[in-house]
Design a protein around this ligand. Structure first.
Ligand code: LMR
Length: 416
């Protein structure tokens, strides 16, 4: 008899289970608003033109080193570019001040954003040993899994006000003020909060930073949508950079993903940055060395394929400029689809207010649809979204937005 005879099944991941259900649905009108991936107006994946160009150049180079091992911490040149993009460092700035700030940051390559979150959680769990981690309610479901696997007890702070369909900033701050304790980690979405699409404004970010500093909480940023949300890589990194520059005595970390902003989903490109407090630069190499220990025991080093593409783009001014244009194309198409869905629902006089769809930011809309309405949308109309009501706006197009709005209208009128 197998030693696994008591093995119990775990619930399958909702996002990828939905993806599979969608793929096997042969209804021609089906619409995928599930997984967060960019789609064109024809509902097709979009290898970014700049990525295609970088691939061509890499192919032409025919480097014999292209499949070699890198280092355990990853590709050094890539890591510097990733760090500079995240924290807004200019390669032309050689000031001592910037060298000092760079000296605070230890970076390693990861298996995309999930890998960066996981590595960071594992590192904190083994070194800092936080009593608990605070996650927004709701948060990306995988955050729960990642911290569960790292063995850190999870608590949630209020984030979403279901009545007003807006950010519950007061609730968030009150809970953290009253219940969070020194040394707790707090997970923050750098921009384009997943799943709600609701981000704190700059004044609110400042208050969060003050609270973290005052209560000695450890900010753990998840940055999965830099440049993808607003179309500006600088704007989407504002909160992370504010914490870095305005709270130099605080430590924190950032999980950085290139999946969405370069459209390199399956390539698994990412980085983890640990930011030491000013004055502790001497510890940076030891931090990296400890991260390398975890990496070596788990995956030896990050994959090179996608990382070489990002490196090719970010080391060339012309390609970097083209990438910024590609970001604008993606973010503006998503914004136009938010508007189109909103206008259709208003035109149909669908009961309720739908303004939140255009007010939310990034890949998702937290529609406010109930689990039974979500189920009915799938069952009756073959429109797929998460049971929380999260819809990946990128799945909408000029061709299907009327159909989706009519489906929502019918369901909202007839299902609770
Ligand atoms: C999502 O939330 O749909 C994406 O971030 C994909 C994923 O890995 O869950």
């Amino acid at each position: 008899m197998t030693v696994l005879s008591t093995l119990a099944p775990v619930p399958s991941d909702e996002i990828f289970a939905l993806n599979r259900a969608y793929a096997t649905d042969d209804n021609p009108q089906k619409v995928s608003l599930g997984v967060g991936v960019y789609r064109t107006d024809d509902g097709k994946p979009w290898p970014l033109p700049v990525v295609c160009e970088a691939e061509q150049r890499l192919l032409a180079e025919d480097s014999p080193f292209r499949h070699e091992y890198t280092a355990i911490e990853g590709d050094m040149a890539f890591l510097e570019l990733a760090r500079d993009l995240m924290f807004g460092f200019s390669s032309k700035d050689t000031s001592e001040e910037l060298q000092n700030t760079k000296g605070r940051i230890g970076s390693v390559q990861t298996v995309a954003g999930t890998g960066a979150n996981h590595l960071g959680a594992l590192f904190l769990a083994t070194q800092m040993k936080p009593k608990r981690v605070w996650l927004s309610n709701p948060s990306w479901a995988n955050h729960l899994t990642i911290w569960e696997l790292a063995g850190v007890p999870r608590k949630t702070y209020p984030y979403y006000n279901a009545t007003t369909r807006s950010l519950d900033f007061t609730g968030m701050m009150a809970t953290l003020e009253e219940e969070a304790e020194e040394g707790d980690a707090i997970l923050l979405h750098a921009c384009a909060h997943n799943p709600t699409g609701l981000d704190p404004n700059k004044e609110q970010w400042k208050e969060i930073a003050d609270l973290c500093e005052r209560k000695k909480l450890f900010p753990f940023f998840d940055s999965a949508y830099q440049g993808f949300a607003s179309g500006s890589a600088d704007e989407d990194a504002w909160a992370v950079r504010y914490f870095l520059n305005e709270k130099p005595n605080m430590e924190m970390c950032v999980a950085q993903s290139f999946s969405k902003n370069f459209g390199l989903y399956g390539q698994r490109v990412g980085a983890f940055h640990y930011v030491l407090p000013n004055g502790d630069q001497k510890l940076r190499d030891i931090v990296v060395n400890n991260l390398c220990h975890l990496i070596r025991g788990e995956y030896s080093m990050g994959p090179t394929g996608g990382c070489n593409i990002v490196k090719k783009v970010l080391t060339n001014d012309e390609l970097t400029a083209q990438w910024h244009e590609d970001l604008k194309i993606m973010s503006s198409r998503i914004k136009s689809m938010r508007k189109a869905l909103y206008e259709e629902l208003v035109r149909l006089q669908t009961p309720g207010s739908w303004k939140h769809i255009v007010e939310q930011n990034g890949m998702f809309s937290y529609t406010g649809l109930t689990p039974s309405q979500v189920y009915a949308l799938k069952d009756k109309y073959h429109v797929y979204l998460l049971k929380s009501g999260r819809a990946s706006i990128s799945g909408l197009s000029k061709k299907n937005v009327t159909y989706v709005a009519q489906a929502i209208d019918d369901i909202v009128r007839n299902v609770n």
